[in-house]
Design a protein around this ligand. Sequence first.
Ligand SMILES: Cc1cc2nc3c(=O)[nH]c(=O)nc-3n(C[C@H](O)[C@H](O)[C@H](O)COP(=O)(O)O)c2cc1C
Length: 125
Amino acid sequence: MRIANGQKTAPVLMLAVAKLTRGNDKPNHHALYDLGLGVQNLVVQATALDLFVHQMAGFSPERARELFQIPDDHEPVTMIALGYLGDPDQLSDQRRELELAPRTRKPLREFVHGGVWGEPAELVK
Ligand SMILES: Cc1cc2nc3c(=O)[nH]c(=O)nc-3n(C[C@H](O)[C@H](O)[C@H](O)COP(=O)(O)O)c2cc1C
């Protein structure tokens, strides 16, 4: 999904950052998982409000850390553009093609396993 005129003009641009420690600086082994859950809730809420979200890993975490003076025990993980659905005619030909292309998603049997790893679960066979 492309937000109005691509992400560069999205009304809101966020950086999702994970805190790698918890309590008295103990490692938080679920930091990235926690962040993912938080962002997913944001995506669900945004969708319920007819807003659109585009997540991006294509940014420089080092530059973000420098620019925003992010402490060492935090990790910049994903950029997130939030906005309204834009007009595909404002996109480049290549991006418009991507935007208007039918979506295909990975079949459930490829990642819903039952019993042993790699074996599709009965319910998705
Ligand atoms: C963690 C994460 C990072 C992503 N990074 C990029 C990215 O750098 N560039 C990009 O075009 N799409 C990226 N995507 C994919 C898009 O955000 C989006 O999920 C995908 O294009 C599917 O969009 P659709 O629902 O319109 O098909 C990323 C998705 C996730 C979850």
